[in-house]
Design a protein around this ligand. Structure first.
Ligand code: C2O
Ligand code: CU
Length: 475
């Protein structure tokens, strides 16, 4: 297996390691004998050539000087110790999206940690209980800091290697560039906030526009996909191939063909695909994005090399081992109604901003656009919208009472998607980010087993900043 370029890292056994003295307050003690991955990560401004040399560079902010940031790899059961150094002109933090970390390591400014000031450092240290495809990103001024490039993938390998010929990671994003090629710096503007969010005009895969990806006939590839865009939703269609979905948000799912042949990925979501290269040497196939059918385009091309790897593609399933997730008890679960409201052409019943009743027009004037259960979050002193007794099972009946799509993300937990519009789901998939279509009712179930205050928000970052977030307290 060939892996993407890696970080400056080393592993060592904890026995007698002096690093113990540096453990952060709020971290559980490491399991004796667990290996530690040590990583130093610098966040700093970087010039990124989006359309190749010769074109003006984009004023990006990057981890380790590149966008996407370096892929962090570790093995299930290991402990990650990451020293963040902030050389940005703004405060920042790092959030470990999808990883069941202790609350103090969750990277949410003002809620779980103080922001890391320019010139400052912070040590994140936690165990990796689950294998899968995760990601890390800034959680401060997210609409600006992620758009400028502060994100990367975190791959937690299964304890036993998965039998594929090759593994590829595709990080999808879109830059919004002005005519002169510079980055549009009107982050989080009112228009984007009240509509679909900031949709860029230069879509790219791992930072490259319309790349051509070499495949060998007959090879079996595990594709790890991440949508790191602020707002764009992708619906990928593979010409000439029938990839199978094998994991969603890092969690294994019964292998299946995606509905209507399209892999739908909203911001924050990951999907692992099993791709058996069924083409012939010399052939070329498009992978298109059909989410907006009238604006469909080719995201990339698969190009077959002259030499096949084997005469016939592999067949037969690939079964990923499940992660040790706590199973919610649906019969005993407490049910909570969660209503999302607001946005253009939307409704707003009884919404409160700073504790005072508000209507859509005053909301927009205040630079907000959305409410969750009637509360418009201001991003500072956030009171928990729900307090869940530790260890109990819960169902959130989430109603999207808006005209827009919203990928809803819960920190610190992985939930099962158990119902859509009153029907049970076929796969009862485990996810940490679930896409809600306009007017859709989505039910998720989970065990509130991770103590602390956890963010619950839309991953369209302009919606998040526009008030579509809340805090769930597990106590
Ligand atoms: Cu990926 Cu609260 O975020
Ligand atoms: Cu949203």
């Amino acid at each position: 297996m060939r892996h993407p370029p890696d970080l400056d890292r080393r592993s060592f056994l904890l026995a007698g390691a002096p690093a113990l003295a540096l453990l952060q307050a709020g971290c559980a003690a490491p399991r004796p004998g667990a290996a530690i991955r040590e990583i130093n990560l610098v966040a700093a401004p970087a010039q990124v050539h989006v359309r190749g040399a010769g074109q003006p560079a984009v004023n990006a902010w990057a981890y380790a000087g590149r966008v996407p940031g370096p892929q962090i790899r570790a093995r299930q059961g290991e402990r990650l110790r990451l020293v963040l150094e902030n050389r940005l002109p703004q405060e920042t933090t790092v959030h470990w999206h999808g990883v069941r970390v202790p609350n103090a390591m969750d990277g949410v400014p003002h809620l779980t940690q103080a922001p890391v000031p320019p010139g400052g450092r912070f040590v994140y240290e936690f165990d990796l209980p689950d294998a899968g495809t995760y990601w890390y990103h800034s959680h401060l001024h997210s609409a600006e800091q992620l758009e400028r490039g502060l994100y990367g993938t975190l791959v937690v390998e299964e304890a036993q290697p998965v039998p594929v010929d090759r593994e590829l990671t595709w990080v999808l994003d879109d830059w919004q560039l002005l005519r002169d090629g510079r980055l549009n710096e009107s982050f989080g503007n009112a228009h984007d906030m009240a509509h679909a969010g900031r949709i860029g005009n230069v879509v790219n895969v791992n930072g490259v526009v319309a790349p051509q990806i070499a495949l060998r006939a007959g090879e079996r590839v595990r594709l790890r996909l991440l949508n790191a865009a602020n707002a764009r939703i992708f619906a990928l269609q593979f010409d000439g191939h029938r990839p199978l979905v094998i994991a969603l948000d890092g969690q294994p799912v019964a292998a299946h063909e995606p509905a209507r042949g399209r892999v739908v990925l909203a911001p924050g979501m990951r999907c692992d695909l099993l791709l058996d290269a069924s083409g012939r040497p010399g052939e070329r196939y498009a992978v298109g994005d059909l989410f907006s059918p009238r604006a469909a385009y080719d995201l990339l091309h698969l190009a077959y090399e002259p030499e096949p790897l084997r005469a016939r593609p592999q067949s037969g399933p690939l079964i990923l081992p499940p992660n040790p997730l706590p199973e919610p008890d649906l019969a005993a679960a407490q049910v909570h109604e969660v209503r999302f409201e607001g946005g253009m052409m939307g409704t707003l019943h009884r919404a409160l901003l700073d504790g005072r009743p508000t209507d859509m027009m005053s909301l927009l004037r205040a630079g907000k656009a959305w409410a969750v259960n009637g509360v418009v979050a201001d991003g500072h002193r956030m009171e928990p919208m729900l307090t869940l007794p530790r260890g109990s099972s819960h169902v959130l009946r989430m109603r999207n009472d808006t005209r827009w799509f919203h990928p809803i993300h819960l920190h610190g937990h992985t939930f099962r998607v158990v119902g859509r519009n009153g029907q049970p789901t076929r796969h009862r998939e485990w996810q940490d980010t679930v896409l809600m279509a306009p007017q859709e009712l989505v039910e998720i179930a989970f065990v509130a087993d991770n103590p602390g205050d956890w963010m619950f928000h839309c991953h369209v970052l302009e919606h998040q900043e526009g008030g579509m977030m809340g805090v769930l307290r597990v106590a």
